[in-house]
Design a protein around this ligand. Structure first.
Ligand code: DAH
Length: 422
């Protein structure tokens, strides 16, 4: 089922309509979601069989097989309780702030990760599952950041004393090691902890290998000793796992982080009355992997309707994107004095400017970079200069049309961000 949400902006509230699931949410002092972002909700790139995002998710689904239930239509509108509290995020975790996350109001937000569904699915009785979904974060603007992206979450739960053994002989790297800084949970026996860590390691190395094999096939590389995938485990930190790890792969001369994972914190399982269980979980971002494997140079391309983009991919295959010529860009600067810091307020955050530019220019903005900042020696006020690069993915833009957008940015910045233009 496709969940299409549309936004009606009214002074009093935000109305989301989603087929029969229509709902109205009152605005409050947390509301920071913009029309530009809500317009993306319901695009469901992960459900379109020939889209690179769906191709990546399907490779993972096929790797894990039917033992794992597959959830690809969960609503992106969640409570902060599901997104943060149920997972054990501290009360002052920066992810909760208005500068990092999109709130509809103080009790309702756009999920920032697929982990928001862990407890809910465990409570519904799922033990082994995958979630694929769109997730939302306020962030920078450049070729690798977009306010909406996609993740796959995986969870596997066993009865204690009955963790499936894995054949570790064909695992390349050593076992992930728990340590004082990244401890095992005292409630589990060493046998259970070790067995889950091995199962986690085998499952995730296996998944990354099968994706990499599909990508190598695309390049026509036969798997030889030299072309073999190098992976390594590094310590991670997540409030909902312990020990926690990240898996990195050696890709084009660098270690690339591909996923976060770990042994599920017992308090998560207990919320679903799983007192005698032990398990692992992982989360993986799809855009970065798809950009690497399909050689897609700009994250905005995933959202393009251009047949020159969409026509290049087909279900089940990893193929290399053939770039089509880029249209010229148009660059504009904006400089301003930041508002003076007031006690107890979050103050200016660059993400506020990025959001404003997205709201005005939509997908015509390619990049926003801070190019200069200094503090005035007398007034002590801080000045920022940002360079905004505008470019369309599918047509020529004129200087006149970009001037109109830039004027709007200049007009809205003092109103919404309390800055003073220079
Ligand atoms: N939710 C994490 C993120 O978005 C990723 C993640 C890490 C998911 C570890 C997990 C996990 O399930 O066990 O960064």
């Amino acid at each position: 089922m496709s969940l299409r949400l549309s936004l009606v902006r009214a002074a009093a509230g935000i109305r989301l309509t989603a087929g029969l699931l229509g709902a109205s949410y009152p605005r409050d002092d947390h509301t920071n979601i913009t029309g530009a972002v809500l317009a993306k909700v319901g695009s469901d790139l992960h459900q379109q069989p020939n889209h690179p995002i769906c191709i990546m998710a399907t490779l993972m689904r096929d790797h894990f097989g039917p033992l794992y239930t597959y959830h690809d239509a969960l609503s992106p509108v969640v409570s902060p309780a599901a997104n943060f509290d149920s997972l054990g995020f501290e009360k002052d975790h920066p992810g909760r702030s208005l500068s990092d996350s999109y709130y509809i109001n103080k009790d309702t937000m756009m999920r920032t990760h697929t982990s928001a569904h862990q407890v809910e699915l465990l409570q519904k009785g799922h033990r082994n599952f995958l979630v694929v979904a769109d997730v939302y974060r306020r962030d920078e603007i450049d070729s690798t950041h977009y306010p909406v992206f996609h993740q796959v979450e995986g969870v596997r739960v066993f009865d204690r004393g009955n963790v499936e053994a894995v054949d570790s002989s064909n695992l390349a790297s050593g076992p992930p090691n728990a340590s004082a800084d990244n401890p095992r949970q005292a409630c589990y026996t060493t046998v259970d902890s070790e067995a889950v860590e091995w199962h986690l390691k085998a499952s995730l190395e296996g998944m990354v290998r099968s994706i990499f094999a599909a990508a190598q096939q695309a390049q026509g590389i036969a798997t030889t000793q030299e072309s073999e995938l190098k992976m390594r485990w590094v310590d991670g930190y997540f409030p909902f796992t312990s020990p926690s790890y990240e898996l990195e792969v050696w890709y084009e001369g660098k270690w690339m982080e591909v996923l976060g994972c770990g042994v599920i914190q017992q308090h998560i399982l207990e919320q679903a009355n799983l007192h005698n269980s032990v398990g692992w979980a992982f989360g993986i971002g799809l855009e970065r992997l798809a950009m690497a494997f399909f050689r897609i140079p700009d994250i905005r391309l995933f959202w393009s309707q251009d047949p020159r983009f969409l026509g290049q991919f087909s279900a089940g295959k990893v193929t290399h994107f053939e770039p089509f010529s880029r249209y010229p860009s148009c660059t504009k600067d904006v400089s301003f004095w930041l508002p003076e810091a007031k006690d107890g307020e979050e103050g200016f955050h660059p993400n506020d400017l990025f959001e404003l530019v997205r709201d005005v220019a939509g997908d015509l903005v390619e990049d926003v970079k801070l190019t200069d900042s200094f503090v005035h020696p007398k007034t002590k006020r801080e000045s920022h200069c940002y360079r905004i690069t505008y470019r369309s993915m599918d047509r020529n833009v004129t200087n006149e049309e970009i001037n109109v957008l830039q004027d709007q940015v200049r007009q809205l910045a003092p109103e919404r961000l309390d800055v003073q233009l220079r």
